[in-house]
Write a protein that binds this ligand. Structure first.
Ligand code: GAF
Length: 392
């Protein structure tokens, strides 16, 4: 892949790339819509992601090409105008990194030619946008020698989503992509940003990613609306408890106080968040204890809660996850990421994945008329530099 991306850079820019960077995509094992409520999440970076081959320039131009959007051609910008432009489409993500870093005083004197190429499906809920953000952030930090920590880059990338793109996402995706570790998921407390790695049971189970092939636009989705509903629930709870995040409430406290939230929709949203936070801690503990059945049941329960209480699944994700849950060898299945389309995951005993895929595909096509895609997830390392021209 590395050599191919370097070659494609050359074809696009008629010059050689100097350095190559990579940032993974991610799946979230469990802990959905808890990050912006100060709760636990349990994601892992995957080995698929975004490559960024680059060469420096002597003027103040930025030229971007994406192998995933070749029809959009080369996007040429001046570093003196880094404002968001709708027509720049995908290029707003890397441009947003330049903009946010420049606003913080991390200015580049001269520009870059960058060729991006991703082997995660775009807009499928596997964090293609956070992946391109981190690939750009690591590239700039290494090239310019700023010495920023990976945690700082992760936080700047989240600000690109919040302040530049306008989606009020939490920190999970960027954190998982920045801190990925081979074979491991990470239990991250989004309230404190403390985390610990947990090995995934890949000796026993295949992690199957099931793509609805129904694309979802995070920015255009009801994501911000869900976040606002959580804030409404929090404001109500703050009348009764001294808390800054919804996830500071235990399940027991919530059950005592829930009737104070008069709006039923808002009450359901908060119920999902508080129980999901609890399930995430339990799931990590069950994995550690090698109680895979209990772990799987928590995944199934997470999906049900996202369907009924948080209402972010829809018929496509429900068909995939619920059909998967019934297959021999599947211990648990759920949607992953923001929802509203995108992907679901299933933990399947090795040797049973092929049969499960067939049955799930048949049921999905019958129910929705779409063909799903399947990939096997491998947990991989975080964003990094891969190669320099002339170095082995
Ligand atoms: C998206 C967001 F980017 C994350 O911050 C997180 O909220 C997730 O949806 C839902 O858990 O991926």
């Amino acid at each position: 892949m590395e050599a191919v991306v370097m070659k494609e850079f050359e074809q696009q820019f008629s010059r050689q790339a100097e350095r190559l960077f990579f940032a993974p995509g991610r799946i979230n094992v469990i802990g959905e819509h808890t990050d912006y409520n100060g709760g636990f999440v349990f994601p892992c970076a995957i080995t698929n992601g975004t490559y960024a081959a680059a060469a420096g320039r002597s003027d103040r131009q930025l030229r971007f090409v994406s192998g995933n959007f070749l029809n959009e051609g080369m996007i040429t910008l001046s570093m003196d105008d880094l404002s968001f432009q709708k027509e720049h489409d995908w290029a707003n993500y890397p441009k947003g990194i330049f903009a946010i870093l420049a606003a913080e005083g991390y200015q580049c004197e001269t520009g870059y030619d960058i060729y991006f190429s991703g082997n995660i499906p775009n807009g499928a809920g596997l964090s293609s946008s956070a992946s391109i953000e981190l690939a750009t952030a690591v590239l700039l930090n290494e090239w310019e020698g700023w010495g920023l920590s990976i945690k700082a880059l992760v936080q700047y990338a989240q600000r690109v989503e919040n302040e530049y793109i306008g989606v009020q996402t939490g920190i999970m995706d960027q954190f998982a992509i920045g801190f990925g570790k081979d074979g491991h998921a990470m239990l991250l407390d989004c309230g404190t940003l403390e985390y610990e790695y947990a090995p995934l049971p890949t000796d026993k189970y295949t992690i199957l990613i099931m793509n609805t092939n129904k694309s979802r636009e995070l920015a255009g989705s009801a994501y911000n609306e869900r976040r606002a509903e959580c804030e409404e629930a929090l404001a109500e709870m703050q009348k009764h408890r001294d808390i800054t995040n919804l996830c500071e409430l235990s399940v027991e406290e919530w059950n005592q106080l829930s009737q104070e939230v008069k709006n039923e929709t808002v009450r359901k949203r908060a119920r999902h968040v508080i129980y999901e936070h609890d399930r995430t801690k339990q799931a990590a503990a069950m994995l550690k204890a090698e109680n895979y059945k209990a772990f799987g049941r928590l995944l199934n329960e997470s999906h049900r809660s996202l369907k009924e209480d948080y209402e972010v699944t829809g018929p496509e994700l429900d068909t995939l996850a619920e059909t998967a849950q019934k297959q021999p060898g599947v211990i648990g299945a759920r949607m992953t990421g923001a929802g509203f389309g995108g992907c679901a995951i299933a933990f399947v005993e090795h040797g049973q994945a092929e049969e499960a895929e067939k049955s799930i595909a048949a049921a999905y096509e019958k129910e929705t008329g779409f063909k799903p895609s399947f990939y096997k997830a491998t947990a991989g390392e975080g964003a990094r530099e891969l190669a320099r021209a002339g170095q082995k």
